[in-house]
Write a protein that binds this ligand. Structure first.
Ligand code: SF4
Length: 199
């Protein structure tokens, strides 16, 4: 099977959509290939584009705090995005850019085969709702709520979360995000316990 490193190498050379023309560095994502938890955001921002690393700006610092609330560290999770190159001016990614880029995410997902996918923001949530033919509920309705997925290709949990950037300037959203991640930590403990029990 292809490795995460091989996928990252192909992303470095990718020209499947026009974003390659304006990027400084593509951001394939990072984390161990045996990660239990995979986090998927939207697209790189300015700091990510300059460094080639995901979630390294203010939203990334907040994400590190949120991971801590859930009892996780950055080193043990995989963090990536639906779109690997920065849309100019941090605009929303276009449908054709998402369509062109999402096969890379699908390949990473196949390699990692995580127990839990946490989507960060609505673009990532939509991608997985489409992939697993789930209802197109809005993030304000389903944030923080784990959904069990059992298909021929994957058995796991999908947990839609607000994008950390949404909490940076809006206090009421920040409170919801913090609460969701605390509950997520309890959820992770509960599925660890149930897995231990059945082994
Ligand atoms: S955004 Fe994705 S599809 Fe477009 S050039 Fe970058 S890696 Fe390729």
């Amino acid at each position: 099977m292809t490795s995460l490193e091989e996928i990252a190498g192909k992303i470095e050379l990718c020209q499947k959509c026009p974003l390659y023309k304006t990027r400084n560095k593509p951001v394939p994502g990072e984390g161990p290939s045996d990660a239990r938890v995979m986090l998927v955001g939207e697209a790189p921002g300015r700091n990510e584009d300059l460094t080639g690393r995901p979630f390294v700006g203010q939203a990334g610092k907040f994400l590190d705090q949120l991971l801590g609330l859930a009892g996780l560290s950055r080193e043990e999770v995989f963090i990536g995005n639906v779109v690997k190159c920065r849309p100019p001016g941090n605009r929303d990614p276009l449908p054709m850019e998402i369509e062109a880029c999402s096969p890379w995410l699908d390949m990473q997902f196949q390699v990692i085969s995580p127990i839990v996918v946490v989507t960060l923001g609505r673009f990532s949530m939509r991608h997985f709702q489409d992939r697993f033919q789930l209802a197109q509920d809005s993030i304000s309705k389903v944030h923080g709520r784990p959904t069990r997925i059992d298909t021929l290709v994957w058995h796991g949990w999908l947990v839609p979360m607000y994008h950390p950037a949404a909490g940076l300037y809006r206090g009421e959203v920040k409170e919801k995000i913090v609460e969701d991640w605390k509950k997520f930590g309890q959820f992770l403990s509960s599925i660890k316990t149930s897995q231990t029990k059945t082994q």
